[in-house]
Ligand binder design. Sequence first.
Ligand code: SIN
Length: 484
Amino acid sequence: MVLQNSALLQTQSFINNKWVAARSGKTFKVLNPANGAVVANVAECTEAETEAAIKAASKAFVLWRKKTAKERGALMRKWYELVMANADDLALLMTTEQGKPVAEAKGEIVYGASFIEWFAEEARRIYGEVIPTPLNDRRIITVRQPIGVVGAITPWNFPVSMITRKISPAIAAGCTVVIKPASQTPLSALALAWLAAEAGIPEGVINVITSTDAAGIGQMLTSHPLVMKISFTGSTKIGKLLMQQSASTVKKVSLELGGNAPLIVFNDADTDVAVKGTIASKYRNAGQTCVCANRIFVQEKIYNSFIKKYRNAVKALKVGDGTEAGVQIGPLIDEDAVKKVNRLLKDAVKRGADITVGGEGHGLGKLFFQPTVIEDCTRKMTVFSEEIFGPVSAIYKFTTDEEAIDLANDTEYGLAAYFFTQNLNRTWHVAEALDYGIVGINEGIVSHAEAPFGGMKESGIGREGSRHGIEEYVEVKYLCMGGL
Ligand code: SIN
């Protein structure tokens, strides 16, 4: 990997705008999932460095919150511009540690930067209110104030945008942050932090702790009295644990957790739009997103025309090392991910599913998997209830709208859902009946800084992005002025 701006490749934790090695001197390896090569040896930090970062963030909070919203927004705008100016390097860095094709990685850099830009602007719109008084001798006013130090725990599947989606609203509001990025993808996080410092964001406002000890760092962030808020993206299992741990000091939590997205193709859908939208939703990041179509329900009458085109579209997807031109599907993140896909496929086939495209590992290497289609899926299969997180389309046939809605809502998850139809009545009926925080209608990609991203049920708490995103990082304070 040769970067034009070599300063973007950093390997130590970032505390108080300084690079910090682990006190133990230990490091861990970051591997390129496409070929297993060691990309970097990164500081293996512990609770001690995390506590130093929390203290730095707490000290910085005193001054950062006093800056005007306009001042904070202006610094964030500079950060946004630096991220965009370094987008090619950041994309290459991301592909090298995460595996997604470089064009997709560049798309993520632009998506990630859009949160910085959006919240730089939103900083000036954190309004309070004047509430009509019930008594003439007093007035009721609210102000919104930054909550304090935020602990942000972020995943490997979106190494940049899941960080900016959390920390941009936080710092726009006047909070300071300690980020624990996934140990598979710390390099993108460190590059982002360095660019923030270059933009002039003061010391202690953004801190990054690198470590493979997710449990230890998570415990420290969720139990430390100086941390006021936890924001996490990852599995429902870990989200529940962090929520439990945060209870001891009654921290505010935002959780963006697992999904089991239904995607429904109704008889009256435009087949080409449905195929394009399903491919976009299912195969983004090789199927490794929380909003990937996990269960694809196709109505009887459109089934044959849809599936013929869909199989061809899946067969045409180009698999390979993400740095090679034209590649659309990179490797999975690690061997556990490949094992999970194989386990789900085995179970589905045992219970009657038919593999019609792909179905096994790819000759390119042990983390590559063939884009796969399995048909005749049923509720009894594990693939119906578990998030696949791989390039496998599980297809189910259905007859009535009621059946589709029942199938779609039959899960403890409620993050994203999609459906394809050209009928207006059906559009409203189905959109309102789906128990999901996000619904894509004739569209497979729904992620925008301007829109509220988040789930219902066990998919999480809170919304990220949009004007709602900033609410997660402020306290509403009520001022009662009496004696008037
Ligand atoms: C996720 O998979 O967690 C995030 C996907 C997105 O922001 O589009």
